[in-house]
Design a protein around this ligand. Structure first.
Ligand code: CP3
Length: 360
């Protein structure tokens, strides 16, 4: 396997020295790009893009043609797993992701189909291998999955419930914890197999999106989210040197769970913008890399403001020791209303202002 031409992301995730802070952006392929909107209209829907490996590859590459990014991320969705298990995923223009069927009782759970990702989610694995070939080792490809808890919130509440904080999932946690554990354990199996299959298909780093972990009490978080993710990380394969590909856990409202992430055996943590990176670093020390965490709304302001705010994020991480172990990203996905030139300003600011934190 020829080496990566640009391995900044991998090096930063492993806390090795780099010349500048690497940057990629959550949802970097998406609706803020006119070429994405055009291709999606042609394909008919978001899922039609995901399920066609050539189109998924084309969409993945779209932001890379415009911007000097340090990683590509598989174009897909975390909800492909519950869809393959039989819940019937669709996207409503107003409400986002929805399911035809939800999990309310043991009978629903028994009806979930066990999945073999290489068969039931073949389109994802074909997209991964197609993208890897197209990238020609220029930059690494990130694969991903949702955390069991975050997938369960959508599977129990049926999507559209994020604004309300997924009340049915939260109620199940207290009224029927056994059922919730059984669902989460099925998802531990499915997510582990899915990530292993993505590694085999060519993913070079992994993200686990625990977007809704911050909705839980610290005690519930440990039992119902963190421990399930730790089990997944422990199941990922290691090569003959005992190394596995780097894994990033992303969470919203995750500051208070940081010590648990160290215990989960991950390499890096993605944080939202409510966290201060220097505080986070003081907790995790040199054990983990950090990814984040510019407020995505800043991309709706001017290029001057973007530059000022980028400098603050870089300084919050790098002022204490250095920028080593920092991956620049937004604190959540880029929104559809961002002008693409502001994305260019963001990347330029990171390239210009981060090298000072990487002088040895
Ligand atoms: O980051 C990337 O560029 C990779 C692709 C990616 C998508 N979804 C594409 C997408 C990734 C990594 C995801 C993860 C995902 N999906 C998460 C976890 C991360 C996060 O955002 O918190 C969650 C919770 C989902 C579920 C999901 N999918 C929601 C809530 C929505 C609707 C939100 C929205 O922006 O409309 C989606 C749809 C979705 N997933 C879109 C994209 C590009 C928009 C689809 C479209 O309308 O074209």
């Amino acid at each position: 396997m020829p080496p990566l031409q640009n391995d900044r992301l991998i090096r930063a995730l492993l806390r090795q020295p780099v010349d500048r802070t690497p940057i990629w952006v959550m949802r970097q392929a998406g609706r803020y790009l006119p070429e994405y909107r055009q291709l999606r209209a042609q394909a008919g829907s978001f899922m039609a893009l995901c399920q066609n490996p050539e189109l998924a590859c084309e969409v993945t590459l779209q932001p890379l043609a415009r911007f000097d990014l340090d990683a590509a991320i598989l174009f897909s969705d975390i909800l492909t797993i519950p869809d393959a298990m039989g819940l019937g995923l669709y996207f409503s223009p107003n409400e986002g992701p929805m399911f035809e069927r939800t999990i309310t009782c043991e009978k629903d759970l028994l009806q979930l189909k066990p999945i073999d990702p290489n068969q039931d989610l073949r389109y994802v694995m074909d997209a991964v291998s197609t993208i890897r070939r197209a990238l020609q080792n220029r930059i690494p490809l990130i694969g991903f999955a949702g955390s069991p808890w975050t997938l369960a919130t959508y599977m129990i509440d049926g999507g559209g419930a994020s604004k309300k904080g997924f009340p049915k999932a939260q109620t199940m946690l207290y009224s029927n914890p056994k059922l919730l554990h059984a669902l989460l354990d099925k998802l531990v199996d499915a997510v582990s197999d899915y990530l292993v299959a993505q590694i085999e298909a060519g993913a070079q780093a992994l993200m686990i999106f625990d977007t809704w972990g911050g909705l839980l009490t610290p005690a519930a978080y440990e039992t119902f989210s963190q421990q399930k993710m730790a089990e997944i990380v422990a199941r990922l394969p290691k090569n003959h040197d005992g190394q596995r590909i780097p894994v990033v856990l992303f969470t919203k409202g995750g500051m208070r769970n940081l010590p648990g992430f160290v215990a989960a055996g991950t390499d890096a943590i993605g944080l939202d913008w409510t966290a201060d990176l220097s505080d986070a670093k003081a907790i995790v020390g040199n054990q983990l890399a950090l990814q984040g965490n510019l407020n995505p709304n800043i991309l709706l302001s001017s290029s001057e403001t973007i530059e000022t705010e980028v400098k603050k994020v870089l300084a919050s991480y790098g002022n204490v020791h250095s920028g080593q172990g920092h991956v620049f990203n937004l604190g959540h996905g880029i929104t559809p209303d961002v002008p693409p030139e502001n994305m260019a300003a963001l990347i330029e600011a990171v390239k210009q202002h981060s090298p000072q934190y990487h002088q040895t």
